[in-house]
Design a protein around this ligand. Structure first.
Ligand code: LLP
Length: 385
């Protein structure tokens, strides 16, 4: 099998979804399509009855193709084009999460031309800071996302003026890869405040969408292959004050698919530098951008045979950029040319962010136990094609 390739574990995906469905109980969960658009993965997720969170017209079409129901598709994004709004309206999606007052007017005028009524949730920027990389924070005032609390009443008045849009919900998404649950607690409390404030202004809301953001364990994926859905939802059960007629929605991406993917790569060269050793592998930032873009640290494991000796390496890709590095000073079994490695936890925001920079080929995709010969994990029987 030619490396690099993505290898997905659909059994782990199933187990993750079972836990999610159990723990989320009566909350409505939308899968954030952007995290992974693999058709088999998306079809499995849709089969569990989840809705879809889309951020482009193409994601809406893709979600429908994979079996997500139009009535449970939500459409977010600060820059929806007229054509994308038409796709949403044509398919009668559940809701547009609007991110500016001007967008409300535009959706209204397009809906009017199409003789449709657009259901709208206002994406509120709650100004809640989170403990994550600054590039993936989305809920503080300096971020481009959502409508500020100060402008909320103006947005509601704008909706009142428009005959072809209807306010059904509020939407929040404060960021991604959040593992400090206090951040979600702050969000829940801010949402309570906003709901009270709107209620006092005579505005009643049908559903509240808390977005996604639940993080996964990148350092110890084997020990923690499931996210802590139980405590995550409990934060909201304990802190969110919702009336019995209000429905609570979430949009999870990474926590559903993140641990279900590995990137398999081969060591091309081992090189002694002036002060360190480099292991140069055949995957690079073109196949997995997260380390170069966010300094993300994915765990890396060597496939068989076992080498009891360990050494320290910078594990780097072949791309002509110094940021093309997966781990620096990483201690791993001694490596030689031809050894295969697995870069773990790449099921979310891995394959979807592949680029063809340096005219690289797109990596192939395989599914665990289906035609992949790769001595990993230990003693696992893997069918060969
Ligand atoms: N809802 C909205 C409106 C979003 O923008 C996102 C992610 C989600 C839900 C899902 O968030 P999740 O549950 O996956 O954290 N490329 C970055 C992550 C970007 C996340 C973008 N928005 C990374 O590799 O870490």
């Amino acid at each position: 099998m030619r490396t690099p390739y993505y290898l997905y574990d659909l059994k782990l995906l199933d187990k993750t979804l079972q836990q999610l469905v159990f723990e989320s109980n009566n909350y409505k969960i939308h899968y954030a399509i952007k995290a992974n658009t693999d058709i088999r993965i998306n079809k499995i997720i849709a089969s569990y009855g989840l809705g879809a969170d889309c951020v482009s017209g193409n994601e809406i079409k893709h979600a429908l193709k994979c079996g997500f129901k139009a009535e449970s598709i939500v459409f977010a994004g600060v820059g929806k084009t007229d054509q994308e709004i038409e796709i949403g309206l044509n398919n009668d999606i559940s809701c547009f999460n609007v991110e500016s007052i001007q967008e409300i007017e535009v959706i209204n005028s397009i809906a009017k031309k199409m003789n449709k009524l657009a259901r709208i949730a206002i994406r509120v920027n709650p100004n809640v800071d989170v403990d994550t990389h600054q590039y993936i924070k989305t809920g503080v005032n300096e971020n481009k996302f959502g409508i500020s609390i100060e402008n909320l009443i103006d947005a509601v008045s704008q909706i009142d003026l428009c005959r072809c849009v209807e306010l059904v919900g509020l939407h929040f998404h404060i960021g991604s890869q959040i593992t400090n649950f206090r951040n979600f607690e702050f969000l829940a409390k801010k949402v309570n405040y906003i709901l009270d404030y709107l209620y006092n202004e005579g505005v009643d809301i049908e559903h509240v969408n808390l977005g996604g953001g639940l993080g996964i364990d990148y350092e110890n994926p084997q020990q923690n292959s499931f996210p802590d859905f139980h405590n995550y939802f409990n934060v909201f059960r304990d802190n969110l004050k919702i009336s019995s007629h209000q429905k609570v929605h979430f949009e999870l991406g990474r926590s559903i698919v993140g641990q279900c993917g590995d990137l398999v790569t081969t060591v091309l060269y081992v090189k002694e530098g002036a002060s360190k050793k480099f292991a140069i592998v055949d995957a690079g930032m073109t196949e997995l951008l997260r380390p170069a873009l966010y300094g993300a640290k994915h765990s890396i494991e060597k496939c068989l045979p076992i080498n009891l000796k360990k050494e320290k390496y910078d594990i780097v890709g072949p791309i002509c950029e110094s940021s093309d590095s997966f781990r620096k000073g990483y201690i791993i079994e001694r490596l030689s040319r031809g050894d295969q490695l697995r870069i773990k936890s790449v099921g979310a925001y891995g394959q979807v962010m592949v680029s063809s920079y340096n005219l690289r080929d797109n990596p192939k995709v395989f599914y665990q136990n289906e035609g992949v010969s790769n001595d990993y994990p230990l003693k696992q029987t893997i069918v060969m094609n």
